[in-house]
Ligand binder design. Structure first.
Ligand code: FAD
Length: 155
């Protein structure tokens, strides 16, 4: 099995799109990620998966905190910006939640402390303990087979 075939297989699984945000000594960094899952209700834990080559890996290790921001279907530009898919002239303005930087107008903002980490192959799984959250109404941005999409209601 080659890498392309494995990636194509994983791309069949439709996901939402998040931006992971962390802060080190006043500098804020974002990264687009769709590897995200709820883990536990008591305590409230989630998991994200960060590739070995991503700068976000050492940034989260250093900061010990991160936020997860579930993007709405109006936020494809945010996804492209924080995946390095498109360059933007203007500075990005972050909001704050429980003193953590977050993405304005995300459908869900979760502020987390690193609870544990596990290296698995060429990725690191960070378990985050959720300290605070904010929800907004709206439809999610969807990622499937390498493309951004919107939800459609089936009757
Ligand atoms: P950088 O390259 O430093 O940052 C990424 C981009 O964000 C750069 O273009 C940078 O200019 C911009 N940026 C960062 N901070 C700021 C700021 N404060 N203001 C303005 N712009 C800023 N990778 C994974 O490891 N795990 C995943 O689950 C995952 N899921 C993905 C899902 C989708 C839909 C896509 C498109 C990509 C996904 N990626 C994932 C890939 C990942 O988003 C990219 O490899 C990313 O470029 C890695 O960023 P970095 O941490 O190396 O940081």
């Amino acid at each position: 099995m080659d890498d392309r075939q494995f990636r194509n297989a994983m791309g069949k699984f439709a996901t939402g799109v998040n931006v992971i945000v962390t802060e080190i000594e006043g500098e804020v960094y974002g990264m687009t990620a769709n590897a995200f899952m709820s883990v536990s209700l008591d305590p409230k834990l989630i998991v994200i998966s960060i590739g070995n080559n991503a700068k976000m890996l050492e940034r989260i290790r250093k900061s010990g905190t991160f936020s997860v921001n579930v993007l709405s279907c109006e936020q494809q530009e945010e996804s492209m910006r924080f995946a390095g898919q498109k360059e933007f002239e203007e500075k990005f303005e972050f909001d704050r939640l429980a003193d953590a930087p977050v993405i304005k107008n995300a459908l869900c903002q979760l502020s987390c402390d690193v609870y544990n980490e596990h290296t698995e192959g060429d990725h690191v799984l960070f378990i985050g303990k959720v300290n605070d959250l904010v929800l907004e109404d709206g439809d999610p941005l969807i990622f499937n087979c390498g493309k951004y999409r919107r939800l459609e209601t089936l009757t």
